[in-house]
Design a protein around this ligand. Structure first.
Ligand code: APR
Length: 283
């Protein structure tokens, strides 16, 4: 592990445009369950995953009923309430430190918990939206959650919440299964994946698209030359980019040779040691 930490620190220190991609695994040490890990929400509650898959269709069919259901205690969305009071952990703080050192230029996260913002990162794309926001389904305007008294609207029979600009239906900013990624987040993320020369991927099983396509975009740009990683697979394409995973388990990115190497273990242990080593390398 130490050799890989030194290798990652050296790669980060010499990168021109490093970006970080994160998933639920970076927030488990803040007390927020992930989805597909051993104690994941989908692992433990497959019925909640089914409910989440159906949520978008129900919302479009009957927004009023959808909102009345998700505002009930114990609904799938109440699982997000554990998110609102969570605090960033050493993994988030390490990425914020790498941004303040001018190394990590951007974090693209699948998480809706806003913990990268709370940790101090300024350049964050919430690829799947944010639990603290609401968004108009017609004009994409985003509102802070506290700008609407949702329980009050429910009590007065005035759901769904309506956009103050275009009167469109308001939804949670979190991207539902089957819903398109907001175009601004999608475009900016694709551009960064194409531009980066180092991608640090932390805490994602890399099975949900289109997010999981971003490392492949980075890998496939450039010469298209194949390669091998220590898992013996052939990388599908390009050079000119270093892709590093930090995760509790191997992922399709590891097995398909999309990443150059994986540092297996707890993100909260590994990232601070990488930052320490970068400081040492930089002197
Ligand atoms: N340190 C390192 N790895 C960890 C840690 C930790 N402390 N905790 C969990 N992990 C790993 C798990 O082993 C797993 O491989 O993080 C990964 C989390 O994977 P998922 O639970 O699938 O989360 P994620 O990849 O973010 O899911 C993507 O799926 O349901 C949707 O919208 C949801 O954004 C989410 C998307």
């Amino acid at each position: 592990m130490e050799e890989l930490i030194r290798r990652a620190a050296a790669d980060l220190a010499k990168a021109e445009y490093a970006i970080a991609l994160t998933g639920a695994g970076i927030s488990t040490e803040s007390g927020i369950r992930d989805f597909r890990g051993p104690d994941g929400i989908w692992t433990k509650h497959p019925e909640a995953e089914m409910e989440a898959y159906e949520a978008y269709d129900k919302l479009r069919r009957d927004p009023k009923e959808h909102w009345e259901k998700i505002l009930e205690p114990g609904s799938f969305f109440s699982l997000f309430d554990e998110v609102m009071n969570a605090l960033p952990n050493r993994g988030h703080l390490a990425l914020a430190e790498l941004e303040s050192m001018g190394i990590v230029k951007l974090v693209i996260t699948q998480n809706v918990d806003s913990l990268h913002d709370k940790a101090g990162n300024r350049n964050v794309i919430e690829y799947h939206g944010g639990v603290s926001k609401l968004r108009c389904m017609s004009c994409n305007t985003r509102y802070r959650r506290e700008e609407y008294d949702l329980q009050g609207l429910k009590a007065e029979g005035k759901l769904p919440p309506r956009c103050r600009k275009c009167n469109g239906v308001i939804k949670h900013d979190g991207v539902y299964f089957g819903e398109a990624i907001p175009s601004d987040a999608a475009h900016a993320s694709l551009e960064a994946a194409w531009k980066c020369d180092l991608m640090l991927i932390c805490g994602t099983s890399a099975v949900v698209y289109p997010f999981a396509q971003l490392p492949r975009v980075a890998r496939d740009k450039g010469s298209g030359r194949g390669g091998r990683n220590e898992w013996g697979s052939h990388a599908s394409g390009g050079s000119g980019v270093t892709i590093i995973e930090v995760n509790g388990e191997a992922t399709p990115l590891t097995r398909e040779g999309v990443s150059d190497y994986i540092i297996l273990g707890k993100i909260g242990d590994i990232l601070p040691r990488i930052v320490e080593e970068v400081r040492r390398v930089r002197g």
